[in-house]
Design a binder for this molecule. Structure first.
Ligand SMILES: Nc1ncnc2c1ncn2[C@@H]1O[C@H](COP(=O)(O)OP(=O)(O)O)[C@@H](O)[C@H]1O
Ligand SMILES: [Mg+2]
Length: 289
């Protein structure tokens, strides 16, 4: 398989978040969602953020993407402040953003066509990416005719064709069944290993987080801030079959789980249903581990 870099020249970016706060509403109605949060998304690394459901992860993504502005603090991309959305950052959301009335191919070509770049180079790249995400035979199918996993792969290709400096993914595999999810982890990790594009990946799934991460950022309960950062110094390429047999993977998993438990319990005491579900599913997982 030719490396992905043979078709796309990757220009990786770096993001630095410093002392960011974000609140919604004012006065009595003020809701602090992010509080004094600092971290970096390093060039050419896959940074995974994990935190309890409802802690403020998607809010941080909206800030990094430039859809919203921080109440205070700064967000830099390659040393320059982020002032709004830009082609240098691309967000893949948990909800499907594929247009249901377009085929896989047309969905992938959407970005270049919208920019008036429906040229041979873009069409070649679309072909290459269709191949890369295993959808060559499904190029003329509509999203409703694809499985959940195929839809997610079409979406990844649709993002990659725009060659962003930073890929930002908000729980992109949420809602897939367990088997498709694990296949997507292997798939995504292989894609990442070929390109090493700077990536910021948000999830609530500890196995997903660990398997994909070069660096793991563990977030506190709302108002969220960084609770811990762990370098996941486990060599690549990684294979799911033996990844969780390794001592280091289990050591990091136990550390992360105990911090996440603490944070989830804080919101649990506030009576949130999401937190209760979170605590329950993590309790089951740690028993399995
Ligand atoms: N535009 C908004 N106005 C008011 N509250 C918001 C807004 N966006 C998010 N929130 C609140 O911020 C909190 C964190 O939400 P979110 O960032 O989506 O969490 P996560 O992605 O970690 O599950 C939630 O309590 C949500 O209600
Ligand atoms: Mg979210």
């Amino acid at each position: 398989m030719a490396p992905i870099t043979s078709k796309i020249s990757i220009s990786a970016g770096e993001m630095v978040v410093s002392n960011v706060c974000k609140s919604y509403g004012t006065g009595l109605f003020e809701k602090k969602v992010v509080k004094d949060c600092s971290f970096s998304v390093e060039r050419g690394k896959l940074t995974v953020m994990i935190g309890p459901s409802g802690c403020g992860k998607s809010t941080l993504i909206k800030l990094l993407a430039g859809f919203e502005k921080p109440t205070s603090g700064s967000i830099l991309l390659n040393g320059k402040p982020v002032t709004g959305p830009g082609r240098d950052r691309l967000v893949v959301f948990q909800e499907s953003a594929l247009f249901p009335w377009m085929t896989s191919y047309d969905n992938i070509m959407y970005g270049p066509i919208a920019r008036g770049e429906n040229d041979q180079k873009a069409r070649d790249l679309a072909e290459f990416l269709l191949d890369k995400v295993g959808l060559r035979d499904f190029r003329s199918k509509y999203p409703m005719q694809l499985s959940g996993g195929m839809q997610r792969r079409a979406e990844l290709a649709r993002a990659m064709i725009n060659n962003p400096e930073v890929m930002i993914l908000d729980e992109p595999f949420r809602g897939l069944d367990a088997m498709s999810k694990e296949l997507m982890w292997e798939y995504y990790s292989a894609l990442y290993e070929e390109s090493r594009r700077t990536t910021f990946f948000v999830t609530t799934d500890i196995d997903e987080a660990l398997f994909l991460a070069d660096r793991l950022i563990i977030m506190s309960n709302i108002p969220t801030r960084v609770r811990a950062t762990i370098e996941v110094d486990i060599p690549r390429p990684r294979k799911l079959a033996d990844f969780f047999l390794g001592d280091r993977a289990n050591e990091v998993k136990m550390t992360a789980l105990s911090l996440l438990h603490e944070e989830a319990m804080k919101s649990f005491s506030g009576g949130s249903k999401a937190a209760a579900d979170f605590v329950e599913s993590y309790a089951r997982r740690s028993q399995r581990a």
